[in-house]
Ligand binder design. Structure first.
Ligand code: 4AD
Ligand code: MG
Length: 432
């Protein structure tokens, strides 16, 4: 007899199969027991009818506790009443691993309790749905960049450089030297772009930021494309096409997850309309001041209420262009006619989810960069390899970084970024 996964049930209607699963929930009466089964691919219902099985099997089914692992045997039937569309008419149950007093019950639990039990919480249908969306974004990312002839490059995690400023670095010992956990692979990706043209990275990054918000993780995953012979305008087009592609693929491939999360498809569909609007930093500041924000002025970085207000002025993600030089990293290209701003853009997600992409055109002038490195208190020696990129065949190039977890949070329509990664690293939390 075939052992199948629940997700493949539709291909086995009318057949008797075996399934390895966990009992997520159970309801029973004198004559019938309903087992809510999950195997990681999907959830569905197994039905045990008293007078169709031996008394022993029926009693065993009725006694199963939450999260007991089992191998069930039965016939796959269509079931138009269930969301999943199929159920299992169970003829036999074999217990594989018992589960006593499973801590996460169908009742409501507090966030701290759930976070302490993250290793078990991952089994719940909501977490399952979020991880399916995360998985789809990962899959679609590779598809998008492969289709456009990008080469996947893996920058190092242990580094000697600080692309995004020196204040939030995790320092570690590297034998008799100091090293940092990577806060961005960008500088290495610039080297890679000069070698391979169009490249992207996809890996973990670390920020020792003392931020405790619903958007901040200490460890998060970033996709960082870098493109040679490309100015910022063209990079913005790549960014909007990529983000629309991510949303479209979730719409096409994650029906069940969107249902579980109660995410409105019509809302997501609007986010596939291109182009995304563009507003300058200057105009964004004006917009805020005109609308009564008296806590911001030209030169300040946006806080989340500001980003939310700007985002709410549009019906899809919006690019904010050309921020003040003083609040951006050292490597950004200066504006051709203005001293005070750089050629960059952040992409702000709708519905209050904040910045999901940060990107820019990169400075190409050797002398300018050298001065910037000194002005930012960085060591010329440690950046000498980076400066080499401007000495040997320097070309216009642009790139960006998309935060995976913020994008998962936004597309899933969930409250907090901590649920968008299997084991979140947060301020004051590294367990489990
Ligand atoms: O804006 P950031 O800091 O940009 C960079 O690191 C550039 N070097 C990227 C590049 O041009 N190659 O980070 C990029 C994105 C943000 O827009 C956000 O989505 C995410 O990374 N991000 C975070 N996500 C979760 N928690 C944090 N603490 C994050 N910090 C940034
Ligand atoms: Mg940023």
């Amino acid at each position: 007899m075939k052992q199948i996964q629940i997700i493949d049930a539709k291909n086995h209607v009318g057949e008797t199969v075996k399934i390895g699963a966990w009992v997520a929930n159970k309801r029973s009466s004198g004559k019938i027991a309903f087992l809510q089964l999950r195997d990681g691919t999907a959830y569905f219902q197994g039905v045990v009818v008293k007078n169709e099985v031996s008394e022993e099997v029926f009693q065993l089914a009725k006694s199963l506790t939450q999260e007991t692992s089992v191998i069930v045997t039965g016939e796959i039937r269509e079931d138009s009443r269930s969301k999943f569309g199929y159920e299992l008419g169970i003829s036999n149950v074999e217990v594989i691993g018992e589960s006593q007093d499973y801590p996460i019950t169908p009742k409501e639990h507090g966030t701290d309790f759930l976070m302490d039990h993250r290793h078990l919480w991952l089994r719940s249908s909501r977490q399952h749905a979020i991880m399916q969306i995360r998985n789809e974004l990962i899959r679609a990312t590779y598809e998008f960049f492969n289709k456009h002839h990008f080469v996947k490059i893996d920058p190092p995690i242990l580094t000697g450089s600080a692309p995004e400023g020196t204040t939030d670095l995790f320092e570690t010992n590297y034998f008799d030297q100091k090293a940092y956990l990577s806060q961005s692979g960008q500088l290495y990706m610039e080297a890679a772009a000069m070698a391979f043209g169009k490249v992207f990275s996809f890996g973990p990054t670390f920020r020792a930021e003392k931020s405790k918000t619903r958007r901040h993780l200490i460890e998060f995953w970033m996709i960082e494309p870098e493109m040679a012979f490309m100015h910022q305008e063209e990079s913005l087009e790549v960014q909007e096409q990529y983000v629309a592609f991510l949303v479209q693929n979730v719409l096409d491939n994650c029906d069940y997850a969107l249902d579980v999360l109660g995410r409105d498809r019509a809302v997501l569909e609007k986010y596939t309309n291109l182009p995304f609007p563009r507003i300058s930093y200057d105009d964004a500041i004006d917009l805020l001041i005109k609308n009564g924000f008296d806590d911001i002025q030209w030169g300040d970085d946006f806080g989340s209420p500001h980003e939310t207000f700007i985002a709410n002025s549009f019906d899809r993600p919006v690019f904010i262009l050309n921020y003040p030089k003083a609040i951006k990293p050292f490597y950004m290209k200066p504006h051709p006619t203005r001293e005070d701003v750089v050629i960059c853009a952040d992409l702000i997600a709708p519905e209050g989810y904040g910045e999901i992409i940060g990107g820019s055109e990169r400075a190409t002038d050797y002398e300018f960069l050298l001065e910037q490195i000194k002005n930012h208190g960085l060591s010329e020696e440690e950046y000498s390899w980076y400066l080499d990129l401007r000495r040997y065949g320097s070309v216009p190039h642009s790139g960006f970084g998309l935060g995976l977890e913020r994008t998962v949070t936004w597309i899933s329509g969930i409250e907090h970024v901590r649920e968008a990664i299997p084991f979140p690293r947060l301020l004051n939390r590294i367990y489990p």
